[in-house]
Design a protein around this ligand. Structure first.
Ligand code: ABU
Length: 379
């Protein structure tokens, strides 16, 4: 791909303004992570039983990269500037003074690490030891943006210690033995693997709607992380939300704002909390349930769900990229008045996600707006 010499402007306030510049991840060297308190992988059917780890198969990596390169090309053909991260050797062991971790993860879902709000890009804390150093793959880009855009605010949330205090001991061992009802009871109690010892969040738990940031508390984002975001984004209203899902991770396959007045909601992870319904109702937003996903089970070696069907990239309020196998989801967007751009990306699922996960906004043409002038006290 020819190097793009265009000068940079960093700014993006929401998920739908016209997209002009974006980062697209790469599959190179992605690992099935070594076990750690935050993550346990157990995929004996695919050669990775509990306790084993290592690089995803080369043929899977090649297919994923082919689809990511094609996605980047589709965006460039539409005049959108695309930047890519710089992979590291993710098989290497990493350590801080507090812990050692036998492998890293990869550089596919930039959305998990980078949160763009206005002219700021915030590096998220992350909550897995294997992903603690992942910000490094984006540093060449962020350094360049910093040099080229005098208004770019480059921020990093406090790096968490991720000691034993950060995690509930043996959380996944007991969780996996629970019934579905017991798992959902844990969700209701916001009782997941993270303690509240220190702020932790992934950027992909945030849905941006101008002055309002909808933040999901999840297995990777704790209440302290949301509190940190509230204190950091003082000119925004940060709403902490949960959905009916047993092990939530990232809001972008559960609740997706599409354009002013319209949002897409997961048809299974419901009902939404009353405060959330009320906020959207009071401000004349319509919430529609997503279509039926094309796949009935997770992709091979993927920790992401079939709800990647609604993990879309909005190019502007009338145009949306949808994974190419998701026929019903594409039809729904067509009926909602969108031009649909089909993008094959299912082979990327094992590398951390779908079209929204695979990207991070650098620039969308638009301004900060208040789409929710009528607020709900205490929410
Ligand atoms: N990172 C998005 C994946 C969320 C999900 O699998 O539902």
């Amino acid at each position: 791909m020819a190097e793009n010499k265009a000068k940079t402007k960093v700014c993006s306030w929401n998920e739908w303004d016209p997209l002009k510049h974006v980062i697209v991840g790469r599959a190179d060297g992605t690992q099935v992570q070594a076990p750690e308190p935050a993550v346990e992988r157990d995929w004996p059917e695919y050669g990775f039983p509990l306790g084993t780890y290592g690089r995803l198969p080369k043929e899977m990596e090649d297919k994923a990269n082919e689809q990511l390169d094609n996605f980047a090309h589709i965006l460039e053909q539409r005049g959108i500037r695309v930047d890519r991260p710089t992979p590291l050797d993710f098989s290497q062991a990493v350590q801080t003074p507090d812990w050692q971790q036998a492998s890293m993860f990869g550089c596919m879902p930039p959305r998990d690490v980078l949160l763009t709000v206005g002219n700021e890009i915030l590096e998220a804390t992350m909550s897995c030891r294997s992903r603690w150093f992942e910000y490094i793959v984006y540093r060449p880009l962020l350094e360049r943006y910093f040099q080229e855009d005098p208004d770019f605010r480059w921020e990093a949330a406090p790096k968490p210690r991720l000691t034993e205090r950060t995690y509930k001991k043996d959380y996944w061992k007991t969780f996996n033995a629970l019934s579905e009802a017991e798992k959902l009871a844990r969700t209701k109690a916001r009782d997941w693997v993270l303690t509240e010892a220190e702020p932790c969040f992934d950027a992909a738990d945030v849905a941006r709607c101008g002055r309002d940031l909808i933040v999901q508390q999840s297995t990777v984002t704790n209440a302290a992380g949301i509190s940190w975001l509230k204190r950091h984004f003082r000119n925004h209203r940060v709403h902490s939300v949960i959905f009916k899902e047993d092990a939530p991770m990232h809001i972008d396959a559960t609740f997706v704002p599409l354009r002013p007045g319209l949002a897409l909601s997961n048809r299974q992870r419901k009902p939404l909390t009353p405060e959330m319904v009320e906020l959207f109702r009071k401000n004349d937003w319509q919430i529609v349930e997503c279509a039926k996903p094309a796949h009935d089970k997770k992709a091979k070696l993927s920790f992401c769900s079939v709800w990647l069907s609604m993990n879309i990239l909005i190019l502007d309020p009338k145009t949306v990229c949808v994974e190419a196998s998701e026929k019903e989801q594409m039809e729904q967007f067509d009926k909602l008045g969108f031009e649909v751009v089909p993008v094959p990306l299912w082979d990327v699922a094992a590398f951390g996600g779908g079209l929204h996960c695979a990207t991070a906004d650098v620039y969308r043409e638009g301004t900060l707006e208040d789409y929710f002038p009528h607020q709900i006290p205490g929410f």
